[in-house]
Design a protein around this ligand. Structure first.
Ligand SMILES: NC(=O)c1ccc[n+]([C@@H]2O[C@H](COP(=O)([O-])OP(=O)(O)OC[C@H]3O[C@@H](n4cnc5c(N)ncnc54)[C@H](OP(=O)(O)O)[C@@H]3O)[C@@H](O)[C@H]2O)c1
Length: 296
């Protein structure tokens, strides 16, 4: 496999880079946006894409690499930033994906694009979570831009979209994700307000990255949900993280999203039903306590 990764400096990208670096049968190339600088632990060749690049330029830039697979993680991934700068959200999440999809189809490479549970608005959630058959409807600029990116990717039916949920864990990236700020608060003994009425299916970043790479390698086409094993409120998740990391859960203060409005508005329940993916891969994502258990 000769794989081109976008967003390789990011939280998920750092873990994917690490996993790919352990494989002898993968040649890894990174297409960089220049939005982050940390590429400490990679031996992969990297190419910087100016924002004006189009699919033709990209083909010329990368022609000699004989890419067979593309893992597209690059995005403006903060829902808050997308809401404040819709033009940049459109450029980073939609235009860039169109360009990568056109390039993939031009060179005959398989494209996997990572998307989000926030393509759902949380209405009509069921206790088993949203499945791939459920019709998405987003209420945020981020969710809408990722939905457009999904459509651009799936214009080629052999391509793949993987929707993931809240990712947690440690990454070699400078981006530390949700665990970063939770751990800081616990360490410093600061109270942590977490929504008791917002539900997702958190998945450890290593479990999600492994699944993504398997999907990519085996060219599993179409739409896949890649959430964790359990629907958890932010409060329940925080309590498990505190226990997993050996901190006191009494610092956690349950609050309601209704009484703390945010921009964009936070959907109540965007849990994913990911049974199809995990049974196809014959794997299970780890429970939070298991995933955070120190390795011996
Ligand atoms: N983290 C989560 O909980 C979560 C949940 C659901 C879905 N996702 C999706 O998973 C993917 C990876 O997320 P992540 O958490 O790893 O994100 P991240 O840490 O923010 O990394 C995203 C990467 O995209 C590139 N990038 C940043 N801003 C950009 C811009 N304006 N234009 C173009 N490229 C830009 C950068 O990589 P380079 O410097 O290498 O170009 C950056 O490191 C995204 O598609 C995100 O939407 C994440």
């Amino acid at each position: 496999m000769r794989i081109l990764v976008t967003g390789g400096s990011g939280f998920l990208g750092g873990v994917c880079r690490d996993l790919l670096a352990q494989r002898r049968d993968a040649r890894v190339f990174l297409l960089r946006s220049g939005h982050r600088a940390d590429y400490a632990n990679t031996s992969a060749a990297s190419y910087t894409a100016p924002s004006s690049l189009n699919a033709n330029d990209l083909a010329l830039l990368l022609e000699p690499l004989a890419i067979t697979h593309i893992l597209h993680l690059g995005a403006l991934s903060s829902a808050e930033m997308c809401e404040h700068d819709p033009n940049e959200a459109l450029r980073a999440n939609v235009t860039l994906t169109h360009m990568v999809a056109n390039y993939a189809s031009r060179i005959g490479a398989h494209l996997t694009t990572v998307s989000t549970d926030l393509v759902f608005d949380g209405a009509m959630a069921t206790s088993s979570g949203f499945s791939e058959q459920d019709i998405p409807h987003s209420i945020s600029v981020y969710g809408l831009s990722k939905l457009s990116a999904e459509r651009a990717t799936l214009q080629t039916p052999s391509n793949t979209v993987v929707r993931t949920s809240l990712l947690y864990g440690h990454s070699p990236s400078s981006s530390k994700g949700v665990l970063g700020w939770m751990e800081n608060a616990f360490r410093e003994g600061n109270p942590l307000s977490l929504f008791a009425d917002e539900y997702r299916t958190p998945v450890h970043v290593v479990d999600a990255a492994r699944a993504l790479l398997a999907i990519t390698e085996h060219r599993l086409s179409g739409l896949w949900h890649c959430g964790g094993p359990r629907r958890l409120s932010r409060t329940e998740f925080g309590e498990l993280v505190a226990r997993g990391l050996g901190y006191d859960t009494s610092l956690i203060r349950p609050v309601s999203r209704i009484s703390s409005p945010t921009l964009p508005a936070r959907p109540e329940d965007v849990s994913l039903n990911s049974e199809r993916l995990w049974s196809t891969l014959a794997e299970r994502p780890r429970e939070v306590l298991e995933a955070l258990r120190p390795s011996r």
